[in-house]
Structures are given as C-alpha cells and as structure tokens.
Design a protein. Structure first.
Length: 293
C-alpha cells in the first residue's frame, strides 16, 4: 500500500500537471476502469493513480492527442497485453508539437519537457510502480531532454526507455545523457537521416509501427529486470490477472494477459538499423553498456 506522504506527493504533482496543460484539458469524468487505448490520448496516471506499471509517451510532430496515431497507442496496448489491462497506466505528454518546435535548443519545446518531467516525477512517487517511457521523432527529443534533467533518484526509477526516429541520436552520442545505456533502445530506420543530425524527413521516418513488437519486448524485459531487483508486492496486480513468471526472449513476450500485441510465437524480430557504431541487438539493449555518467 502507498504511504500517506506518497499519496499527497502524487496528488500535488498531478495538480501541477493540470495547471501546466492549459492547451489540452483533461477529461471531466473518471472512467470506471482502465481499457485498451481508444482514440489518440490517454490520462490513466491522472485518472487512476499508481499502477504496477506506468508508461509515459511523447508523440511525434503534429500527431493528434497526446499519444498520437502511430506507435504510441500500439506500444501501450502491447504492454497491457503482456501485463494486463488494469496493471498498466498509460499517460501521454500534452504538448504542442509543431514543426517549428523541432528547432528549439535540444530539439523540443520547454513546455513539453516540463510536462514530461512532471509526469515522470509524479510516477516516481508511487513506491511500488515500475516506470517505462518512450518517444517518437520530436517526442524522442523531448524524452532526451526530460530524462537528462531529472534528479538521479527519479531517473533510477525508470526501468527502460525506447525512442523511434530519434532526432537527437547524433547530437547526444547515441544515448540519453545521464541515463543508463543498458536501459535504452534507440530505433532508427535505415535511411532515416533525422538520426544523423538533420531534420530532413523522408518516407522511412514514418515507418516505425513495424518496430512496436521490438519495443514492447524490450520494455517488458526491462520491467521484469526491475521486478527482480525490487519485486512487486503480493496483490499488486488486478483481480484475475495475478502476476505469474513472464518470459521475454527476443521473439516472444509472454506473461499476464498472453503474448504482446504483434509478437507471434516463433517469429524472428527484425533488427532495427540503429544509428550507433557497434550497437548491439535490441533484445540486449543499445549502447556501450556503460552506466549513466
């Protein structure tokens, strides 16, 4: 159970989030229970509070809602398929992702960075929750800037991060600064030159849905790794969805709720073209293997 102080911290931080997102009002009524993603937005951390897994996502430029209409909803549904619908709280980052905001220092607007930091800070007050995050295109840049600016105690509670079509891959040396490379997966299609330090956009920049199974498998494995170090308390998972040992083996992700959406038994997951020299297979993470600086 959460302590009273943790509950108040979460409440105060979420109130700050509500005040900082004037451009996108939260729903006025609570849903009776969590569900698969419907539409282009999700507010499950705001609506339902702490859950065993909290997923924060930053959408791409000019995508609708706060999850977008490409990889965001699909990664959310994949995690829910693995761990159970009621055990994953998905929350999108509310920010206006215009084409022009790609040109802010660091590749993302300060109000979006601030909002993502508030969400991650709020999630970190949940003592028994495991946090994962992801971002696409400008949302990937926003993810870099938000995470690198957090305190170490909050960064350490983020079990894994995936970015797609990452506009800050080259600038940040193929990593998220101040964050463990073993918990980071940067996915860039071959020929997607935004990963090489430019903002020229070609068709392959819009072709990342095929990597959703890879991202879900990676995040699921990192969640299980975090659970090994700090197990979820008994009774954490929803009724009828009690946690049982899960298996994530590159081409499979099994656990509560069955296989992750898009991951089929025996299917060999393709290896994404990572814009990193000497990058490892995504099933083992990306980067040099060094811990955060």
């Amino acid at each position: 159970m959460r302590s009273t102080s943790s509950t108040w911290e979460l409440t105060l931080l979420l109130l700050l989030i509500l005040c900082s997102t004037a451009g996108s009002a939260l729903p006025t009524s609570l849903k009776p229970r969590q569900a698969w993603v419907v539409g282009y937005s999700a507010y499950e951390l705001s609506n339902f509070g702490c859950k065993p897994i909290i997923f924060i996502f930053a959408k791409a430029t000019i995508e609708p809602g706060n999850l977008g209409n490409t990889v965001g909803p699909l990664v959310s549904d994949g995690l829910k398929s693995v761990f159970g619908v009621r055990n994953v709280a998905t929350q999108g980052v509310d920010y206006w992702g215009f084409i022009q905001t790609n040109f802010y220092p660091g590749g993302a607007p300060p109000w979006g960075i601030y909002d993502m930091q508030l969400l991650l800070s709020a999630a970190a007050t949940c003592p028994d929750s495991k946090i994962v995050a992801a971002g696409y295109s400008q949302g990937a840049a926003l993810t870099h800037r938000a995470i690198e600016g957090l305190g170490a105690e909050i960064r350490d509670k983020i079990a894994g991060v995936v970015t797609f079509g990452d506009t800050q891959t080259f600038q940040d040396g193929g990593r998220i600064r101040n964050y463990d490379t073993n918990r980071t997966l940067i996915i860039c299609n071959a020929g997607d030159v935004v990963c090489t330090g430019t903002l020229y956009v070609f068709p392959m920049h819009f072709d990342y849905v095929k990597w959703v199974p890879t991202a879900v498998a990676f995040l699921a494995q990192k969640l299980l790794d975090a659970n090994r170090d700090h197990p979820w308390p008994n009774g954490s998972f929803g009724e009828g969805e009690a946690m049982r040992p899960a298996r994530v083996l590159g081409s499979e992700a099994e656990g509560v709720g069955g296989s992750a959406q898009g991951i089929k038994r025996g299917r060999i997951l393709p290896t994404p073209s990572i814009a990193l020299p000497g990058a490892r297979s995504p099933r083992h993470g990306v980067g040099s293997g060094d811990d955060a600086d």
